[in-house]
Ligand binder design. Structure first.
Ligand code: PDD
Length: 294
């Protein structure tokens, strides 16, 4: 079955979908992206992802390339063409194609580039959820606006590669004061000795995860207290549990950080409970999906 991608107005065979060499995303990483999970045909927190896309664009002086409703139509048409009900949807918007020059091109004459791709997402079969994952800590080498979801991901690529080479799943990044900011492509959480969920507060230092926001809602319903504050690797080593959240993996329990066993060294009840509740939460969004105007 051919695989399709959406690129600047057309649904194209995935292996033929190309972007011009002078796209500003390619030359300057001048663009933003989003990843949305589609679970049993239901787009998880589509509204939250579209809101963040709009915010990222606006922080960089770009508009939406098409209306939200058109974007939603594109997602659904691409999922249909690719016959996917369980998928990750990748959306990338760049400042378009223009002669290589640092200042912004004239936005009247240079349309933004829009790319949407999808790939299968096997959430429940993820062995890391069942068995837990290992993480390492590395310096956070990113720029000062980590709240914007830009495609400039080289520091995260290097951090993740470091993790892979160390036999780990994710790298938790450390700010200059030695506190964990977040994972290279996920938010970082611990369960403290006094049973509180701890995760860093939203600021320019981290990406405010859409999954993170959903987990906040769920932990309130579950009666779990939380504190939004920075934490150190040493505090994390002593935590009862640790986990990461992201649209591409939902909730992944962490069983070791820098070779320190976390808790019992097995996925803990809070992380597994939140995974289960998150799945139920997305299934519960189905009614809202039918209206599908985010
Ligand atoms: N990354 N922090 C960073 C740095 C991220 O790149 C991501 C997601 C998150 C979690 O955000 P959300 O819950 O909205 O997915 C936090 C995506 C999934 C990626 O780059 O593939």
């Amino acid at each position: 079955m051919p695989r399709y991608a959406y690129i600047n107005g057309s649904y194209t065979a995935h292996n033929k979908a190309c972007i011009h060499i002078e796209d500003r995303g390619f030359q300057f990483a001048d663009g933003v992206y989003e990843v949305i999970a589609c679970i049993h045909g239901c787009l998880a927190d589509e509204r939250g992802h579209l809101d963040r896309l709009q915010r990222s664009l606006s922080e960089l002086g770009m508009d939406m390339p098409v209306s939200r409703q058109t974007l939603q139509l594109i997602f659904r048409e691409l999922l249909r063409k690719n016959r996917l009900k369980n998928a990750n949807i990748y959306i990338q918007v760049t400042r378009g194609i223009a002669r290589r020059d640092f200042p912004f091109p004239d936005h009247e004459t240079t349309p933004l580039s829009l790319i949407v791709t999808t790939w299968p997402f096997r959430f429940d079969g993820n062995p890391r959820v069942k068995d837990g994952a290992r993480v390492i800590t590395v310096p956070d080498q990113r720029w000062a606006r980590r709240d914007i979801k830009t495609i400039a991901l080289l520091p995260q690529v290097l951090a993740k590669q470091h993790a892979v080479e160390a036999g780990a799943y994710e790298a938790w990044m450390l700010d200059k004061n030695g506190y964990i900011t977040e994972g290279s492509s996920s938010n970082a959480w611990i369960v403290s000795q006094d049973n509180k969920l701890i995760t860093r507060e939203p600021s320019h230092d981290i990406l405010r995860g859409v999954t993170r926001t959903a987990i906040d809602k769920l932990r309130q319903e579950m009666g779990i207290e939380w504190e939004e504050r920075p934490f150190t690797p040493e505090e994390a080593y002593r935590a009862q549990e640790a986990f990461t959240t992201a649209a591409v993996a939902l909730v992944v329990p962490v069983i070791a950080i820098d070779d320190h066993k976390i808790g019992t060294g097995k996925p803990g009840p809070v992380a597994l409970g939140l995974y289960k509740e998150y799945r139920a939460y997305v299934d519960g969004l189905r009614g809202e999906q039918l209206k599908w105007k985010a």
